[in-house]
Design a protein around this ligand. Structure first.
Ligand SMILES: Nc1nc2c(ncn2[C@@H]2O[C@H](COP(=O)(O)OP(=O)(O)O)[C@@H](O)[C@H]2O)c(=O)[nH]1
Ligand SMILES: [Mg+2]
Ligand SMILES: [Zn+2]
Length: 304
């Protein structure tokens, strides 16, 4: 039998087969995934083979199919052991808001950098547009322009009123999408809006602001009735940040990546070198100052 892992508790894996059956599987013996030290050999999104056991709806995983990609999180910043959060993603979607609670552009950029490091296409959804006043609407237009120019599709929606949420359905259709974003931005509300059957719990805004409301650090995958899967990742604030190397940071900015081959020096850091095509583009407005300043900030942050 074959299937896709949609839930994991660390010892049991809930596997969904193409015919719709769910099987609670255990792992056979020890599994090692080459290249990474991980606390969990199998994650949500993994395609596996399993053997059905005697008891009803239980099985034994016998094989993991090769992964297209995966995202990991280190247990702590210095830790060598990492946790695989999810595998085989088609896209990573960050849900943000400009109000209640405001998402910083620094957070958005770090998310996008991480998605680039994993070569996973990223999409930005601005939620709660129903409560933006004129000033916030102008700010929203500016951010949409900046991120669209950088190469990221942007959508502006309201999970509360349902405004433009049909478009979100189209992006999700037939894809495996990671959903991320700070607690309280409306992830559950938006998912419920496009797939009411899931009936996810929505936190009262005051509670959503509090830290530590998450009950589990394992991701969960939900099957969408119109095709596709979404992966909800409770513990993630800044998913991964595993590959945030200074030497490759500029490559994680698509707008910089497109120009850096024109820099005078091949090892240009785009900070102070003469003949830097990136700095030139910032000067003449082709690259956003905000994005570039964020780059400088990360480059000079010793505790990245
Ligand atoms: N005004 C407004 N409030 C929203 C919207 N989406 C979610 N909320 C509220 O924001 C709070 C957090 O929503 P929730 O979906 O639990 O956020 P999550 O932590 O990201 O899953 C709840 O009080 C929701 O009612 C929206 O589009 N507009
Ligand atoms: Mg939620
Ligand atoms: Zn340069």
């Amino acid at each position: 039998m074959e299937g896709i892992v949609i839930k994991s508790t660390g010892s049991w894996y809930n596997v969904l087969s193409p015919d719709g059956t769910l099987t609670d599987c255990k792992l056979r013996g020890k599994f090692k995934v080459s290249g990474i030290k991980t606390t969990n050999p199998i994650a949500v999104g993994d395609h596996v083979d399993f053997r059905v056991l005697g008891e009803e709806n239980t099985g034994m995983i016998t094989n993991i199919h090769p992964r297209k990609n995966y995202i990991i999180r280190k247990a702590t910043k210095l830790s060598k052991v990492s946790q695989i959060l999810a595998a085989n993603l088609d896209q990573a979607i960050i849900i943000v808001t400009l109000a209640e609670p405001r998402t910083s552009t620094g957070f958005i950029d770090r998310f996008l950098i991480t998605a680039e490091a994993y070569h996973i296409p990223a999409v930005i959804i601005f939620n709660k547009t129903d409560i933006y006043k004129k000033e916030k609407m102008n700010e929203l237009a500016g951010l949409v322009e900046i991120y669209t120019a950088a190469g990221y599709p942007c959508f502006c929606v309201s999970a509360l009123t349902g405004d433009r949420t049909e478009m979100v359905k189209e992006i999700l259709k037939d894809k495996v999408s990671l959903i991320a974003g700070h607690s309280g931005v409306g992830k559950s509300a938006l998912i419920n809006c496009i797939e009411p059957g899931l009936n996810l719990k929505i936190q009262a805004i005051s509670k959503a602001h509090l830290k530590g409301v998450h009950t589990t650090t394992f991701a969960r995958m939900f099957n969408l009735s119109f095709g596709g899967f979404i992966i909800d990742t409770p513990g993630i604030k800044e998913f991964g940040l595993y590959d945030l190397e200074k030497s490759t940071l500029a490559e994680r900015y698509p707008e910089m990546r497109a120009l850096m081959h024109s820099c005078r020096y091949t090892n240009c850091t785009h900070l102070h070198e003469p003949g830097c095509a990136v700095k030139e583009a910032v000067k003449n407005g082709k690259i956003s100052k905000m994005r570039y300043n964020g780059y400088i900030r990360i480059m000079s942050d010793e505790n990245r």
